[in-house]
Design a protein around this ligand. Structure first.
Ligand SMILES: C[S@@+](CC[C@H](N)C(=O)[O-])C[C@H]1O[C@@H](n2cnc3c(N)ncnc32)[C@H](O)[C@@H]1O
Length: 257
């Protein structure tokens, strides 16, 4: 959302958007998947039953995997070759393409749904919305999903405050609201409860795949990850063995006009 989100420096935004491939295997291993009900609700916004779906900003294929389980045909578009390489290792049924939301390498009217997980905040929406509308068939749906921390868990709020880095930013338009566009009906929003089994070690490994950690200096990154580990080791909910990381999945969907 770089053209529409004031207060985020363009250079830092670009660096963070391009940071994930450096830890692509860790991303695939440690980031959470998406609840089946959330993906099904996203697709149900289309007129008719979607058959061909684009996973936009597919990364290592977290959304693609869930879409395949719903029985649709999936094409993945992703700018980072290392992320896409991870996807192709585990999801041979998905057609992988290098591309961006602002320049989607698909013909006009070619998919019934465009789904983007954890990615709309990286897009230049002034350019991405018309591209998404172009590749969608009439009556097709665009959906944006975010997995974010369930803020009713006090310990998680406390931990997130402790591990903010000097490059952490709060997006103004993320999972709380979404910019509307004339090509689409108004967005509908729904949230879903989700969880991910974690240990102190694997949660720290998850944090290490977040873009602000990836672009922080090695010293700051190590210090923050050490702080996280120390917190998790003394926090009663996370100190012994496996626990469930509480997640809320927020979905926005809108039908093409
Ligand atoms: C946080 S990851 C999400 C990956 C995957 N969708 C998921 O849910 O796990 C963000 C992804 O967006 C990709 N990305 C960044 N800028 C993009 C753009 N302008 N268009 C398409 N993808 C972009 C990154 O390369 C990265 O793979």
């Amino acid at each position: 959302m770089n053209s529409s989100t004031p207060g985020i420096e363009p250079e830092l935004h670009a660096r963070r958007a391009a940071s994930f491939g450096a830890e692509a295997a860790a991303y695939g291993a440690h980031r959470p998947d998406y609840p089946e009900k959330a993906l099904a609700w996203a697709l149900a916004g289309a007129k008719g039953t979607p058959e061909r779906v684009l996973d936009l900003a597919a990364g290592t294929g977290k959304v693609s995997e869930g879409l395949l389980a719903l029985g649709v045909t999936v094409t993945a578009v992703e700018p980072d070759a290392k992320m896409l390489e991870e996807l192709t290792k585990t999801l041979p049924a998905v057609a992988p393409l290098i591309g961006t939301a602002e320049r989607i390498p698909l013909p006009d009217d070619s998919v019934d749904a465009v789904v983007a997980g954890q990615a709309f905040h990286w897009f230049d929406l002034d350019r991405a919305y018309p591209e998404i509308a172009r590749v969608l068939k009439p009556g097709g749906v665009v959906a944006a999903l975010w997995n974010h921390d369930d803020e009713s868990a006090g310990w998680l709020v406390e931990l997130n405050t402790l591990i903010k880095t000097s490059v952490s930013r709060r997006w103004l338009n993320d999972y709380r609201s979404l910019l509307e566009h004339e090509a689409f009906e108004p967005f509908e929003k729904k949230t879903f409860g989700h969880k991910q089994p974690r240990t102190a070690e694997s949660l720290v490994a998850t944090f290490a795949t977040h873009s602000h950690m990836l672009v922080a200096t090695p010293e700051e990154r190590e210090a923050k990850l050490r702080t996280a580990r120390e917190f998790l080791d003394r926090n009663p909910e996370t100190a012994s063995g496996e626990f469930d990381l509480p997640i809320t999945t927020t979905v926005f969907r809108a039908r093409k006009r």
